[in-house]
Design a protein. Structure first.
Length: 216
């Protein structure tokens, strides 16, 4: 899988971005954090492609995007109602993410590289939040496959579980074998494509009625 194939798979985020742009007036505000995340991903992907294509590293925009992603997803889970019984958790997790991001980005042993420790921390957290949301939806929703929140959380579980594994490989120095690393990135590109298509489908199912939340 060459550079252009990987970029083509990554660019599938634009499918979701364009659909969100066309249907924005029909989308309830409860999904706005997710829509903003999709558009932020489109911008980040554009910047990354231009930098790499011209021979530069995309580390800086990558680690900034990770922080934005973590905050936007905390906001999304808040609007979804995941924190309805523990409303103080977002106010703890937000500063915690920021502190870990600062330490890992500027003072970590791998300073100047992708912030792998932060990636592990927030990926693990988002997988747990997604699973928690899915568990509650299973008992309250019937037509799950047409529920945007269900599809989004399924995509999160798939994406961030694999992202967590790749971050672990890098953090513990398991990326020394280049052949192994290439296989990891090949799978990640496919996972990225799959999740972007799931997100596009979820946006298609977002109707101008009250968005699903876990709140009573």
């Amino acid at each position: 899988m060459n550079f252009y194939t990987v970029e083509l798979f990554a660019s599938s985020i634009f499918i979701a971005g364009i659909i969100a742009l066309l249907r924005f007036k029909e989308i309830r505000k409860e999904y706005y954090p997710f829509i903003i995340l999709i558009w932020t991903g489109c911008v980040n992907e554009s910047i990354s492609f231009l930098l790499v294509f011209n021979g530069y590293y995309n580390i800086v925009n990558g680690i900034i995007y990770d922080l934005c992603e973590s905050m936007l997803l905390l906001w999304f889970f808040y609007t979804l109602g995941v924190f309805q019984k523990k409303r103080f958790w977002p106010w703890l997790l937000g500063p915690f993410f920021l502190a870990v991001w600062i330490v890992d980005s500027f003072f970590g042993q791998r300073a100047g590289r992708f912030n792998t420790f932060f990636g592990m921390v927030y990926s693990f957290t988002l997988v747990i939040l997604s699973i928690n949301a899915l568990n509650q939806m299973l008992f309250r929703e019937r037509n799950l496959l047409r529920n945007p929140a269900f599809l989004i959380c399924i995509g999160f579980v798939i994406f961030f579980t694999y992202k967590l594994l790749t971050e672990v490989f890098y953090y513990y120095g398991l990326s020394g074998d280049w052949a192994f690393t290439r296989q990891v990135f090949k799978i990640f590109a496919i996972v990225n494509l799959l999740c972007n298509l799931i997100f596009a489908l979820a946006i298609l199912w977002m109707k101008k009625k009250k968005a699903f939340t876990l709140q009573f």
